[in-house]
Ligand binder design. Structure first.
Ligand SMILES: [Zn+2]
Length: 366
């Protein structure tokens, strides 16, 4: 397989500033300054592991370009774009919209490059330059809604790339699988009434955004049935995720028959992540990827494009990303040194209450 890879060092320069993890530091409230949880390290270290492992040498490097205004406006409204651009000119930057998503000066250009990175990956796959592609972009995108940024996301990178594929490249049916541990609310909202875009989100039940991603969110109007949500109980590991893949994701994809599949690829469902409570291992991510690629090979010539989302453990995210991109490229490089520990966590196998949750989601498939 030939796998495209989008990265640019400036993604690491998106400045989320000094924070007490999630909130602005505030001594009066006891919030001691630290870094923002969404900082460059997880992504930068994934890139560096790709280089050090030798995998980067086996990928086709694709240079990102900035998404144009027109491309961003296919998903977002003018007021959101203009506000981000105006605040991005300020010496101390601004916030994407929810008070949790700070950005520094110049963030507009970096966010446009992230969305454009996903577009470049889609174009390379549609043009047959590569078989599949991974866009390691930052800031992430899947929480950004048409009218506001949210959850560390400024623009919906995957949503912008989907609309590009449809508006500029003549693709008629696109599926999005979101395996970030948080609900892919932004992508879902962008296509909620659109029968031609299937959005599937596997996430930990009710983490972020609050009260979002329930099973009964299934789309509306002509799009009813084209949103699929699989909220998984806290503590779900490789067994639960693979069961969800086999019994919900793959059947939903086969029924929908997409011409292109995008993945909102977060690694915060990992066993080592500080922002959620799931237990997926690098081998779990590899297996999810292999099953997706097999399905996509049958349905759409293997046209799979992944765009990076969350994942907050700087030492483990790189091995999860390495496993996914190795699977996409069909090669092996380094073993995951953490695997003997995390694969031994009790409850990695599918548990009865997890099976129940996945079966309930399956029962709602169109
Ligand atoms: Zn996330």
């Amino acid at each position: 397989m030939t796998t495209g890879y989008v990265y640019h060092e400036i993604f690491g320069w998106h400045d989320t500033g000094t924070h007490a993890g999630l909130f602005p530091s505030n001594p009066a409230a006891g919030l001691q300054p630290l870094v923002h949880v969404e900082n460059a390290e997880t992504k930068r270290r994934l890139h560096e592991l790709l280089v050090v492992s030798g995998l980067a040498d086996q990928l086709v490097r694709l240079a990102p370009r900035a998404a144009t205004e027109e491309e961003i406006l296919r998903v977002h409204d003018r007021a959101h774009l203009d506000r981000v651009r105006a605040e991005s000119l300020l010496p101390k930057g601004g916030d994407a919209g929810d008070g949790l998503s700070p950005f520094g000066q110049g963030a507009y250009e970096i966010a446009a490059l992230a969305a454009g990175g996903a577009i470049v990956a889609v174009d390379a796959v549609l043009d047959g330059v590569v078989d599949n592609a991974y866009a390691l972009v930052r800031p992430p995108g899947h929480h950004a809604e048409p009218q506001t940024g949210m959850g560390f996301c400024i623009f919906g990178n995957v949503a912008v790339a989907v609309r590009h594929a449809m508006a500029a490249r003549g693709i008629e049916r696109v599926a999005v699988l979101d395996w970030d541990v948080h609900h892919g609310n932004g992508t879902q909202k962008a296509f909620y009434a659109d029968p031609d875009v299937l959005t599937i989100s596997l996430h930990q039940d009710d983490v972020f955004p609050p009260r979002s991603g329930y099973r009964d969110e299934r789309g509306e109007g002509a799009g009813l049935g084209s949103a699929v949500n699989v909220p998984l109980p806290a503590g779900s590991g490789d067994g639960a995720y693979l069961y969800a893949m086999d019994t919900v994701v793959v059947p939903a994809l086969r029924a929908f028959e997409p011409q292109l599949v995008l993945v909102a690829s977060g690694f915060d469902a990992s066993a080592m992540d500080p922002m959620a409570r799931q237990m997926v291992t690098s081998e779990g991510y590899r297996a999810l990827t292999e099953r997706l690629l097999d399905t996509a090979a049958d349905l759409c010539g293997g046209r799979v494009v992944m765009s990076h989302e969350g994942g907050y453990n700087p030492s483990y995210v790189p091995f999860c990303g390495l496993a996914v991109i190795e699977a996409m490229a069909g090669v092996r490089t380094l073993d995951d040194p953490f695997l003997p520990i995390v694969s031994g966590f009790a409850g990695q196998d599918l548990q009865p209450h997890q099976r129940e949750a996945v079966d309930a989601a399956r029962s709602l498939l169109k």
